[in-house]
Ligand binder design. Structure first.
Ligand SMILES: *Cc1c(COP(=O)(O)O)cnc(C)c1O
Length: 417
């Protein structure tokens, strides 16, 4: 459950009217509920309390320092996919011993930084990466703890851009090739083989693919044991879906129940990497209607947020519910909600039944707490929007709106031009 609810005609985040923040901060902005972030994390983590586990929140979903600090206070670990995310996680007080590092393209600089930071383990995605980690660890005088990310070839039945566990996807090592890689890994002096990892996709709305993947991973660890390779950690990735529109994903307790049942009395410590399920419905994007225009039979509502602020509708044709920040009486219209960017793909919603919004009305783009701000850009030289966190009756700007000067702060015009 989330904390964005109407009291009377006004949309509230916890105990603060969204309209009040919009008036104080200006729009567009991202708005997060601290209570929702905490509740979602706790619900997920407690669901696994009967087994040895670490909940490693996936930083790329929402990497704001204040958000990470909230999870750090709850004892969370994190899943990172870049050196920059390690930096953020450490700054926010996440314990390095609870950081797992995934991604197909780790550079030697990033590997060195991760080793220096003493992270829990690298989720290795190719044999060349394994060799590079071994080499960098040698130079750094460190031993690298690793898991191999295996690709179980399971169809997660989600959008093709967010499916990751099929042989045609770029992620992980094919399960058929994994045994050989483990045999290579245990020979390496600078490598400490500690785990196995897998992550099959995002926004899954059914437990079956998770259970199927776990079964394959379990069978595989059995095979490893028979070759004398014993693991400490089994990382089952993230991917649990949320309700954007009419999806009915399993709740964390059903998901955990199915996983724990399949796991049986396996001795490994389980690692989970939830992102969207924690942050997605803990945030919204608030925007103001600029203009309304009609083009033949079509209505366009032009708002001040755009695809550079929230790219999911353009990138994945993702659905986000649009709600009025202040409820309006009167008839609804069918309209496309579009932004100011010069691209036809710049829309937040298409053919939606919405109140007959007028210029100046604020709208809430719901379920925008994950893969919202983190995927935003400066396209069309639009300063990135602020992020605001509500805590009970108070709210805090946790990231300032960028200025025009910020836009050009790293640019250099060569002197002779
Ligand atoms: C993105 C990602 C996650 C988080 O996925 P969600 O669908 O947000 O839960 C977890 N693990 C890895 C390796 C990822 O790339």
């Amino acid at each position: 459950m989330h904390e964005f609810k109407y009291k009377g005609d006004d949309l509230y985040c916890e105990d603060v009217p969204v309209q009040k923040i919009a008036c104080d901060t200006g729009t567009p902005f991202y708005l997060y509920s601290k209570k929702t972030l905490e509740n979602h994390f706790a619900a997920f983590d407690t669901a696994f309390s009967s087994v040895k586990h670490i909940t490693c929140y996936s930083v790329k979903a929402n990497s704001s320092l204040a958000v990470l600090k909230i999870f750090a206070s709850l004892g969370a670990g994190v899943d990172v996919v870049s050196g920059g995310e390690i930096f953020r996680a450490l700054r926010a007080g996440i314990s390095p011993g609870k950081i797992v590092y995934s991604g197909v393209g780790k550079s030697s600089t990033e590997i060195e930084y991760a080793l220096k930071s003493e992270i829990l383990m690298f989720n290795v995605e190719s044999s060349q990466e394994l060799d590079l980690i071994d080499c960098v660890a040698g130079k750094s005088g460190k031993k690298a703890r690793i898991a191999l990310r295996i690709n179980p070839d399971i169809d997660p039945k989600t959008h093709p851009y967010i499916s990751t566990g099929l042989n045609k996807n770029k992620f992980g090592v094919r399960i058929e090739d994994a045994l050989n890689e483990y045999k290579r890994a245990v020979q390496k002096k600078q490598i400490d083989v500690t785990g196995v990892a897998c992550h099959i996709g995002s926004q899954l709305t059914d437990v079956t693919p998770f259970v199927d993947a776990l079964r394959k991973v379990k069978e595989f660890t059995g095979e490893l044991s028979s070759h004398g390779i014993h693991l400490k950690y089994m990382d089952m990735g993230g991917g649990l879906g949320i309700t954007y529109g009419d999806e009915m994903p399993p709740d964390p307790s059903d998901y955990a129940g199915a996983i724990i049942k399949e796991l049986g009395n396996h001795g490994c410590t389980l690692i989970l990497e939830p992102g969207r399920v924690i942050a997605g419905n803990a945030g919204i994007l608030v925007s103001t209607v600029l203009y309304k225009k009609k083009s033949g039979a079509k209505n366009f509502i032009i708002v001040d947020a755009a695809m550079n602020d929230l790219v999911r509708p353009s990138l994945y044709e993702a659905y986000h519910e649009i709600k009025p920040v202040r409820k309006k009486q009167g008839p609804h219209i069918a309209a496309d909600i579009v932004g100011p960017i010069c691209e036809s793909g710049d829309f937040l919603a298409r053919q939606r039944d919405v109140p007959d919004f007028m210029p100046g009305d604020c709208i809430a783009v719901m379920s925008a707490g994950a893969y919202g701000f983190t995927m935003s850009s400066n396209y069309n030289s639009r300063p990135r929007v602020p992020e605001v966190l509500v805590d009970g009756q108070r709210y805090f700007v946790i990231r300032k709106r960028e200025t025009y000067d910020d836009l050009i702060s790293n640019e250099i015009i060569p002197e002779h031009i």
